[in-house]
Design a protein around this ligand. Structure first.
Ligand SMILES: C[S@@+](CC[C@H](N)C(=O)[O-])C[C@H]1O[C@@H](n2cnc3c(N)ncnc32)[C@H](O)[C@@H]1O
Length: 279
């Protein structure tokens, strides 16, 4: 089974607030209000950044009355995007306490603290009662989680009947073994990719029905090509994920692009639904 300490130490056990404050200062965002989208290069911690969240958000019918659970909320950018765009409430949980601290700080800086809250918790033991949330959301988290039946079972449990789960995850390809380090793991011991088909089977076995299912690998490749072009022609912006992942970030990113290009990984976007009639 996944060792939560190993996953925590991959993403960093040192307090992160000071590094993020420094990056905000360098970006000229240390004073006054900050727009949530100004943070996207830092806080959308997945391939294709904000555009992937916008696409996934459009798949859900969110309203100001919706309460969404973001499983593995990272620095909290996707939750702030959802709250700001749809007026909904979002609760994020993440294993890493320093990410929760930064997410909470950034919610305050972007004026969204009344609609987004973040808590430290393990996705395998969600600290919420049955049927608490209207919808759930998870992006680039499941690849660190071995016990997928339990992950999707927990999300199914805390969703109201009829609630939807929006997923954007890295899945296993047929192009061979992964090249490490990647953003979610420096070594194979905390990497647990499933193929898209296997993920679909586990979700179905957990009681979900599939609403939509799409492969986004080509979009991911196009995004990496654009990123490379920008890196070659523009100075690196102060807000970037290297602030979080440290000096290995460049190598991790290059490996992610290579793994995707060689079909070792794929990108899957899906929406599944907890049926309205309790099973
Ligand atoms: C690549 S980041 C993605 C963050 C965020 N979903 C986003 O897309 O911006 C992966 C996140 O998953 C979290 N995570 C991994 N395993 C977890 C678990 N068992 N429970 C809760 N969070 C977990 C990590 O701490 C990290 O913040």
């Amino acid at each position: 089974m996944t060792n939560p300490e190993s996953v925590q130490s991959h993403y960093g056990t040192e307090p992160l607030i000071d590094r993020v404050e420094k990056a905000l200062h360098l970006a000229g965002l240390d004073q006054g209000p900050v727009g949530w989208s100004q943070l996207a290069a830092l806080d959308q911690f997945h391939i294709r950044g904000l555009e992937a969240s916008e696409e996934l958000g459009a798949e859900l019918s969110l309203t100001p009355e919706s309460h969404v659970l973001d499983v593995g909320s990272g620095l909290g950018g996707p939750a702030r995007f959802l709250a700001s765009t749809y007026g909904c409430r979002v609760t994020g949980i993440d294993l890493n306490p320093s990410f929760v601290d930064v997410a909470t700080m950034l919610a305050g800086r972007t004026g969204l603290a009344e609609r987004v809250t973040y808590h430290q918790a393990d996705a395998l033991q969600l600290p919420y009662g049955d049927g608490t949330f209207d919808h759930a959301w998870t992006q680039h988290v499941a690849m660190n989680i071995q016990d997928r039946p339990r992950l999707y079972g927990e999300i199914h449990r805390v969703l109201k009947p009829g609630g939807q789960l929006a997923i954007y995850d890295i899945t296993a390809g047929t192009g061979g073994e992964l090249i490490f380090p990647v953003l979610w793991a420096r070594r194979p011991d905390i990497s647990f990719l499933l193929t898209s088909e296997a993920m679909r089977q586990v979700l179905t076995a957990a009681g979900f029905s599939v609403v939509s299912w799409a492969d986004k690998s080509q979009d991911g490749l196009a995004w990496y090509a654009k990123q490379a072009q920008q890196a070659a022609t523009k100075p690196r912006p102060a807000l970037n994920l290297g602030v979080v992942m440290g000096p290995e970030f460049a190598e991790m990113s290059a490996n992610m692009a290579r793994n995707l290009a060689e079909g070792r990984i794929r990108l899957t976007q899906a929406v599944v639904r907890r049926p309205s009639i309790a099973r």
